[in-house]
Design a protein around this ligand. Structure first.
Ligand SMILES: NC(=O)c1ccc[n+]([C@@H]2O[C@H](COP(=O)([O-])OP(=O)(O)OC[C@H]3O[C@@H](n4cnc5c(N)ncnc54)[C@H](O)[C@@H]3O)[C@@H](O)[C@H]2O)c1
Ligand SMILES: [Zn+2]
Length: 374
């Protein structure tokens, strides 16, 4: 980091955050304000069949959008294909509707199409991707390739809670897992003035929003999961959708990542974790970070009991690993986490793979103890 990066704080926000039942209904007004003539709507085949017809197509009829089907993986080839299709029809706005991958690809397409305005409609409250300017790229065979931080965040993010309440509850729980990491990583980065996702230090507002994210999870998380199981939109459900998406989104991007996401990346090297959600893997990273940063026992217990109550994984076996673990596995998780450039070094530049392995083993052991409790 140069001198400017250590002394200047940069905070990023989406242009607008819009949430509530039937929130998609605001799009024609937004399009008018933005003087849009022809939007392109990007979604995958599942969303095209199950969500578009009831929730989006009826509100867009007057705009006559171009509908483009996203193949499902965020690759440079897929971005180029969608850009070419939108340019051919002279589209002047991108609307992405779907999960984290769809909102990522839509932001990339909007940028590559000449910085078009982009509306990100997330049909899952499963990650903090929608509000960010970050795009996670994969190889065509589905392996992580790189991150790209675009110069701008979405023009608007829409969370339509009539759509979200019908999504499988596991996605909401995974979003809670992703959001639970936010405060711990923000706190670690702020302590050592580690850079946030903009490369600069975090400002006071973003750090407060990250703390608000944490407090809101404990206040409303359990109730929100019960609402989702019952299929009813309650204030707690609305609060957790906002927590998972807006608070966690600003929190991670403007405060920075540290151990939880680094350990997520280490765990993702193991094939057995591939069918698990981003937030489920991040959660094991968060739990390990509690031991790595030597948190008080009362806080450790509070976090574990919360995770158990909402249904987040708290042991490696719950993430697909064999029990008992092959002896080398814990050691390799430490090594895969501590690669060059890993955000684990935002905790402490001198951190070692052995220290990470010990923290992951301890998180797993503590999880077994909590699971055995009645
Ligand atoms: N940009 C960022 O900062 C950032 C942060 C975290 C994760 N991500 C990305 O997000 C991805 C995870 O996103 P995700 O968990 O939202 O899922 P996803 O985008 O991987 O989608 C998962 C599946 O859910 C389906 N789906 C979408 N809406 C649904 C609904 N309402 N009901 C039922 N199924 C639905 C999709 O069609 C898809 O098949 C990660 O793989 C990563 O690439 C990006
Ligand atoms: Zn995350």
């Amino acid at each position: 980091m140069d001198r400017l990066q250590t002394s200047v704080a940069v905070t990023r926000f989406p242009g607008r955050y819009i949430q509530g039942p039937h929130a998609c209904g605001v799009i024609p007004r937004l399009a008018e304000e933005l003087q849009v003539h022809k939007p392109a709507v990007i979604c995958d085949a599942f969303v095209a069949a199950n969500i578009l017809p009831n929730h989006l197509a009826p509100v867009l009829t007057s705009l006559q959008p171009l509908y483009l089907t996203f193949g499902g993986e965020v690759t440079h080839e897929e971005v180029a294909r969608l850009v070419a299709a939108g340019k051919h029809e002279k589209c002047d706005m991108i609307i992405g509707i779907g999960g984290g991958k769809t909102v990522d690809v839509s932001r990339a397409v909007a940028f590559e199409s000449g910085r078009l305005p982009v509306i990100a409609i997330s049909t899952l409250a499963s990650t903090d991707a929608p509000c960010s300017a970050r795009v996670v790229f994969y190889t065509p065979d589905g392996r992580f390739e790189s991150y790209r931080d675009l110069p701008s965040n979405p023009t608007a993010v829409i969370m339509d809670t009539e759509i979200l309440i019908k999504a499988p509850v596991r996605f909401l729980v995974a979003g809670i897992g992703d959001a639970l990491s936010t405060w711990f990583e923000a706190e670690s980065c702020a302590k050592v003035h580690a850079p946030n996702c903009t490369g600069f230090r975090s400002g006071m507002s973003a750090v407060h929003l990250a703390r608000c994210c944490y407090d809101s999870l404990f206040e409303y998380g359990e109730e929100a999961v019960l609402s989702a199981k019952r299929g009813v939109i309650t204030p707690a459900f609305e609060h957790i959708v906002e927590t998972n998406t807006l608070l966690s989104g600003i929190g991670f991007e403007s405060c920075g990542l540290a151990a939880a996401h680094a350990i997520h990346n280490g765990l993702s090297e193991f094939h057995c974790t591939h069918s698990f959600q981003h937030g489920e893997k991040v959660n094991i990273g968060t739990l390990a970070s509690l031991f790595l940063t030597n948190k008080p026992k009362a806080e450790i217990d509070k976090v574990y009991r919360f995770c158990k109550a909402v249904g987040l994984p708290i042991t490696l076996a719950q993430l697909g690993f064999a029990d008992p673990l092959p002896p080398d596995t814990i050691r390799m998780i430490g090594q895969h986490t501590c690669v060059t450039g890993s955000t684990i070094y935002n905790e402490d530049p001198a951190i070692s793979p052995a220290a990470v392995s010990a923290a992951v083993a301890m998180a797993d052991e503590y999880g077994k103890k909590i699971l055995a409790e009645h």
